[in-house]
Unconditional design. Sequence first.
Length: 185
Amino acid sequence: MPQKPRADARSNRERVVVAARETFAAAGLEAPMREVARRAGVGVATLYRHFPTRAELVTTVLTDRVQACGVQMRHALDDPDPWRALSGTIVEFADRQVHDQALNEALLGSGELSAAFRDERREHSRALDVLVDRARAAGVLRDGVDVDDVRAGLLAIASLRRLPPTAAARVVGRVTGLVLAGIRA
């Protein structure tokens, strides 16, 4: 008998995390906890039993997402094709701007939450430096393009993340294409 509640509790916790990931990605980190509970199919009390504070739930959700970004950056670093590695990273970044408001706030915002992922941001930044250096050494970047130019392009893409969802994908896609065309030799 004791196993059943533990299995139910694990299932409820997992459902809360999945629902929080979806809710925060769509609506940002200020989305109501009641909405997370509703999407998870649990009561608000159950949500708070697993995550007594919003900060704990947010950190749990974002830790997974930030780690996934790190994995993507490591895959890019392992890619032998410098242009594919860099352009793929830029396209992935752009996709996250459209589809993951929570991750944007964690990595691009300011404040306590952003500070919690400072080391990961530094790691991602160093990886971008390497990707740009490799692309430049391979001759696939336009003369004079450096990592600051690539970062400026990423900031331009990120600045569009607050557009209405119907326009965001189209506009971010166009700007991403312009950035890639602008940096490629």
